[in-house]
Design a binder for this molecule. Structure first.
Ligand SMILES: [Zn+2]
Ligand SMILES: [Zn+2]
Length: 327
């Protein structure tokens, strides 16, 4: 329950009306949650850096071969699609419909990326769109002061330090659709098991292929830590780089930017400004010639009869938006 003066102070930023007339908190800020967030930050945002350094440092002793490269690349692609196509385009924005088994697989691969349980990720992401680059946006790089110093502080905050401790969005408010889906909630609740699987699988595969314990170690390091490290910096760049620098085409109320060079490494997510302009669109590139592997996967799923109701603006809608944006 909120005190009236609290509500007056923060207004729509922190509370919302629900149908029963009660004021509902939109975010929860508490020490227990912050402790969990700090642990998660150290385990899955800081540790992969040291795991990657260890993997590189051990190269003279434990050189890698096709098995390690294979599992690292394969899991990078699978977990990347899990985040881009699953967590983001399917669950956060409902840009297409798919078979429940495909949805479950995408949710599991997304969890293996170590970027948060599905329900939390979706709730935080929807809040990002609600308050993009304004107070309430948990990872805007544009709220840390002006000048070079302010931008640098903003970049570091948006890229990863925001994850150390932050307000937790109320999932009842932000993701009621997911709360009703038992399969997805089961996957979301067992988040840490999927992360472990993301380490156990490459370790086991490399151990079997090389028939050695050193294969288990290199599979664990390269298919686990290095893969996680590379993917997360790509995805974090969307919050940092793609809200700081790049090109804009449409009038949006945020500072989102497109970065063509980053698109191949982020499964097409780096058309981030296009995404902010057309939130409902499954395509972030908006044209066939812009590299958007996430959208290509959705089209492939549709060809296989596994995806339908794919939402994309037609060229006329894009042109109309450009015209009103002065582009
Ligand atoms: Zn989004
Ligand atoms: Zn954004």
């Amino acid at each position: 329950m909120l005190y009236p003066e609290h509500e007056e102070q923060y207004g729509a930023l922190f509370t919302s009306d629900d149908p029963t007339g009660f004021k509902r908190r939109k975010v929860i800020d508490d020490a227990y949650l912050h402790r969990i967030q700090r642990k998660h930050f150290l385990l899955f945002d800081v540790l992969p850096l040291f795991g990657t350094l260890l993997a590189i440092g051990l190269l003279p002793l434990y050189p890698i071969g096709a098995a390690e490269v294979g599992v690292a690349v394969a899991l990078w692609i699978l977990t990347g699609f899990g985040i881009s196509v699953g967590y983001h385009r399917l669950f956060a924005h409902a840009t297409f419909k798919t078979h429940p088994w495909v949805a479950a697989a995408l949710a599991i691969f997304g969890a293996m990326a170590g970027q948060g349980a599905l329900i939390s990720w979706v709730a935080m992401h929807r809040r990002h769109h609600e308050f993009s680059d304004r107070e309430g946006d948990m990872h805007s790089p544009n709220l840390s002061g002006s000048g070079f110093k302010g931008k640098l502080r903003g970049f570091v905050h948006a890229h990863f330090t925001w994850m150390m401790a932050h307000p937790y969005p109320n999932v009842v408010h932000y993701a009621p659709d997911l709360l009703r889906n038992h399969t997805l909630m089961f996957i979301s609740r067992h988040y840490y098991a999927w992360i472990l699987l993301g380490f156990a699988l490459p370790a086991a595969l490399c151990g079997i292929v090389t028939l050695s314990w050193s294969g288990v170690l290199t599979g664990f390091l390269w298919g686990g830590f290095v893969r996680m490290f590379v993917l997360e910096h790509g995805i974090w760049s969307l919050n940092s780089i793609c809200h700081l620098t790049g090109t804009r085409r449409f009038k949006t109320r945020d500072q989102s930017r497109n970065n063509a060079w980053l698109a191949p490494f982020t499964f097409g997510e780096a058309w981030h400004h296009n995404h902010h302009a057309f939130l409902y669109s499954a395509s972030f590139g908006l044209s066939w010639y812009r590299i958007d592997p996430g959208y290509w996967l959705i089209r492939l799923l549709a060809t296989l009869g596994l995806a339908s109701e794919i939402k994309v603006p037609d060229p006329g809608q894009v042109q109309a938006r450009l015209a009103t944006s002065g582009g």
